[in-house]
Write a protein that binds this ligand. Structure first.
Ligand SMILES: *Cc1c(COP(=O)(O)O)cnc(C)c1O
Length: 385
């Protein structure tokens, strides 16, 4: 089976991990801060805080932004469930903004309309999670000006998007958001096996995130309510978690970072090749926004069902039977039983519903060979007939 995504691990990556295994510190050593510094600098953000997953990073971001149980978090329905669950971890209500039919990211127009209505009913969101689907940035400048007008905070869920750019700047610069988060799950753009990172330009948020990541415990005397009893002394000043990344994981992430630009260049060249091979088929190919340079985590096609006799399910099954590990990103989150049972009456999300009927993710990863890619194209041509 040719998978839809796969990590690329070099001998250099393996040596970097082994080196940590031979060292004194497997966790809470120097490699975590090195990785945090390297990626935050790459993004042009002031602070980087690693976590053991992007899901924990999203949870911490919501906590640090003060999200609580009377609040609303809004996000896109076309994402992994973690983009919404972070709101529920804080007891907040979660609602969804429909997608743009061209980019499949959260639609700025739909957001504007929903904010208007929410203002009237006093249900404005406290936090918006903007997800850069497939690695292409949302229209952050417009979203950020709405955030100023309506007073909500912005988390960029850039799980797909490390290494991408928006208006010439790296995704994660946080120019138009409070916090951006990345995932280093093996299927994503670079990996630390499991892992995530938050980046921000706010020293206050960064300090709070670091505290919450490690039990809410501080060794900084200036934050304590009593004078230290001795050198062993620490205080727990908030309710935090153990969401730390280990140095073993950070070593892999840091080593992978060196290859990030090459990985993305390779993804772009494979994507361009798909564009050329698939151009004549009854498909909608991934639209590339002129202001964006996608990290191309996913290559998503949409079937033009009115020009086909097959359903998405038939095409999907036929591809899987030909050994092509296609996938669907994503089942709209509001359709999940958990979200159906929250008692919230979601507004209609017609673009997300339609997208879900038509979308298939084709294999795309740096090590995908041209002959495997040709096999995917051939199988797709046959599946559509
Ligand atoms: C993968 C993913 C996550 C969660 O990442 P983990 O590191 O596996 O916790 C969150 N949001 C999106 C959009 C993702 O694709």
């Amino acid at each position: 089976m040719i998978p839809y995504g796969r990590q690329t691990i070099s001998e250099k990556d393996i040596s970097a991990v082994v080196e940590v295994l031979r060292s004194d510190y497997l966790t809470q050593g120097n490699v975590v801060p090195e990785f945090e510094l390297a990626l935050s600098q790459y993004c042009g953000a002031r602070y980087g805080i690693t976590t053991n997953s992007a899901t924990s990073a999203l949870h911490l971001a919501c906590l640090a932004l003060g999200l609580g149980d009377q609040d609303w978090l809004w996000t896109t329905p076309i994402s992994f469930v973690a983009s919404a669950n972070c709101g529920r971890y804080c007891g907040a209500n979660v609602d969804f903004v429909d997608i743009d039919p061209q980019t499949y990211n959260l639609s700025v127009d739909a957001l504007k309309r929903k904010l208007e209505t929410a203002r009237q009913s006093n249900k404005l969101p406290k936090v918006l999670v903007a997800v850069h689907l497939a690695g292409q940035s949302c229209h952050m400048r417009e979203i950020s000006s709405l955030a100023k007008e309506y007073g909500f905070s912005i988390i960029e869920d850039a799980s797909h998007a490390v290494g991408g750019k928006y208006l010439g700047k790296p995704i994660g610069s946080c120019e138009f958001s409070d916090i951006s988060i990345f995932s280093f799950h093996p299927v994503k753009v670079i990996t630390s096996a499991e892992g995530g990172m938050l980046v921000t330009n706010s020293s206050e948020l960064a300090e709070n995130l670091a505290l919450l990541r490690s039990h809410g415990i501080t060794r900084d005397a200036s934050l304590m309510s009593s004078a230290p009893d001795g050198e062993w002394y620490y205080e727990q000043i908030d309710l935090g978690f153990n969401y730390r990344m280990s140095d073993v994981h950070a070593a892999l992430g840091l080593s992978q970072l060196v290859n990030l630009d090459d990985f993305i260049a390779r993804r772009h060249s494979l994507a361009k090749r798909y564009d050329e091979q698939l151009e004549q088929l009854p498909l909608m190919l991934p639209y590339q926004d002129p202001g964006c340079y996608s990290a191309y985590h996913l290559y998503i096609i949409r079937l033009k069902l009115d020009k086909l006799t097959k359903t998405r399910r038939q095409v999907f099954t036929s591809l899987r039977e030909s050994g092509i590990g296609v996938n669907v990103h994503y089942i709209p989150i509001h359709r999940q039983p958990y979200y159906q049972n929250t008692g919230i009456a979601y507004d209609p999300l017609p673009h997300a519903e339609r997208y879900y009927e038509e979308a298939i993710s084709l294999p795309l990863f740096p090590d995908l060979s041209l002959s495997s890619q040709d096999q995917v194209t051939q199988a797709l041509v046959e599946a559509l007939q």
